[in-house]
Design a protein around this ligand. Structure first.
Ligand SMILES: *Cc1c(COP(=O)(O)O)cnc(C)c1O
Length: 456
């Protein structure tokens, strides 16, 4: 391979880039994939090798990698007004137009939008909003944040604390006051003989017990992904949100929907909150808000919460928080265009119409002897690999089965994502039925080969 030749892009990467969320053993062995450009749902590396990206980049490049309309929107805005901030009551006109559009598309009848550069920053922002709100309302002790095991809410100090993954122990996180309720994954955590509906009820009882034990007036808010994404694509168990919603209302605990993955069509509905009847007080969006063409995060604050926040901010003179590049006009222009593309170019329709086909493909993969559950919704899905289908016993972690499958698929020109012992797929919304068939054929063959390689 060209990998270790001096001055290859791979070598230059390895000597100059510090990669996060990257298995460094694999990186040393196989090298990075250095890309030059993309066409539709494919990307090309520096050697001209073509890969189908079954994960839309990181869930976000939903309109493909060279959408001319998006590129033009970005370029036009760049020529007119490429950058401005939103402090001191100033803002670019395009960002105002985007805000109106986001509120109009949101499940809220009124509200306002707060801009950041990423999903982590947006979640972090909501934590500060809630802390300020409760403090100003005479409840300074109301600071605890509830999320769930296997949640992913980002990487800042607060959002890593909210993320329910063991790796954050590397940083001595979570910080105190960040609580993790049960993960709503019925297949994995349901008890023998327990129905899915009863499972949801049990989880909601556990949640109420947690709230009572901690003290209801110490809880600032609860954050939920409508479908847990980086936790391995976990749609909520049946009735889950219907069960927890009244409990949160009862104790005056705001519910924030982290729609960084599920927002803008991934589940087949515009919002995961619609799909699963979440009824949030605010929505956090990022990832495909700009179809991956510009960094942007947004908090869409529903009317009631927004009024309350406005009141306390006025009392304090301001909401003392902001990101220099938040609400950048370039991002706003491309986001406006991305929302138009989603609606007018049939992207959402494509997710809806091909979703059953996508689910069938996942089920086909789950027929492998060492595949347990096939799960998903819309255009997000996973196949969980197991040692034993009946007992759901996981495979030996040392096998690194999902990494092996992903690495072998990469050799065959398919980018998919190993997550724990699952293979996760999140195709671009423009994927055709033919391409979807090709994706599942490659994965099917890859799984057969890898299982044979490791003697399973
Ligand atoms: C990716 C993600 C985030 C973090 O977004 P960044 O832009 O990477 O900071 C937060 N929440 C969810 C659900 C995500 O998938």
């Amino acid at each position: 391979m060209t990998l270790h030749t001096k001055n290859s892009w791979e070598q230059r990467d390895m000597e100059s880039v510090f990669h996060g969320f990257t298995d460094l053993e694999t990186l040393k062995r196989n090298g990075p994939v250095v890309l030059t450009h993309g066409e539709g749902i494919h990307v090309f590396d520096v050697h001209g090798k073509k890969y189908m990206d079954a994960n839309s980049g990181l869930w976000n490049n939903v309109a493909g990698f060279n959408h001319q309309g998006l590129i033009d929107a970005l370029c036009q805005q760049a020529r007119r007004f490429p950058g401005y901030h939103s402090f001191f009551g100033r803002i670019g006109d395009t960002t105002v137009a985007l805000s109106e559009k986001l509120i109009q598309l949101s499940p809220f009848s009124s509200g306002k939008v707060y801009y950041t550069n990423s999903g982590s920053e947006a979640n972090d922002t909501v934590v500060k909003m809630l802390w300020m709100l409760h403090r100003r309302n005479g409840q300074p002790q109301r600071r605890k944040i509830i999320t769930r095991v296997n949640a992913y809410h980002g990487v800042t100090v607060a959002t890593a604390s909210m993320t329910g993954k063991a790796y954050n122990a590397e940083f001595g996180l979570p910080l105190p006051g960040f609580l993790h309720a049960d993960c709503p994954h019925y297949w994995r955590f349901g008890q023998a003989g327990e129905s899915e509906r009863d499972f949801s009820r049990r989880l909601s009882r556990n949640l109420e017990e947690m709230i009572i034990k901690e003290g209801p007036d110490t809880i600032a808010g609860m954050f939920c992904e409508p479908v847990q994404g980086a936790g391995g694509v976990i749609p909520p168990a049946e009735g889950y949100f219907e069960d927890i919603r009244p409990i949160l209302r009862k104790y005056g605990i705001p519910l924030i929907a982290d729609e960084v993955i599920t927002g803008f069509g991934r589940t087949g509905e515009l919002w995961g909150s619609e799909k699963y009847n979440v009824q949030p007080d605010a929505i956090v969006a990022s990832k495909c808000i700009t179809a991956g063409y510009f960094p942007m995060g947004a908090v869409i604050i529903g009317g009631d919460l927004c009024d309350a926040l406005t009141r306390v901010s006025e009392a304090a003179e301001e909401f003392p928080h902001g990101f220099t590049a938040g609400g950048n006009p370039l991002g706003s222009a491309v986001a406006l265009k991305a929302l138009e593309v989603l609606e007018t170019e049939g992207l959402l329709d494509n997710v809806r119409s091909l979703s059953p086909h996508f689910m069938d493909g996942l089920k086909r993969l789950a027929q492998h002897k060492h595949a347990g559950e096939a799960r998903g919704v819309g255009f997000m899905g996973a196949v969980e690999l197991v040692a034993d289908k009946a007992t759901k016993l996981p495979l030996d972690g040392k096998l690194q089965i999902s990494e092996r499958i992903a690495n072998k698929a990469l050799e065959k020109g398919l980018i998919c994502r190993p997550l724990g012992q699952a293979i996760v797929l999140g195709p671009p919304f423009i994927m055709t039925k033919g391409q979807m068939g090709e994706m599942f054929d490659i994965l099917d063959d890859t799984m057969t080969e890898v299982f044979a390689d490791v003697g399973l």
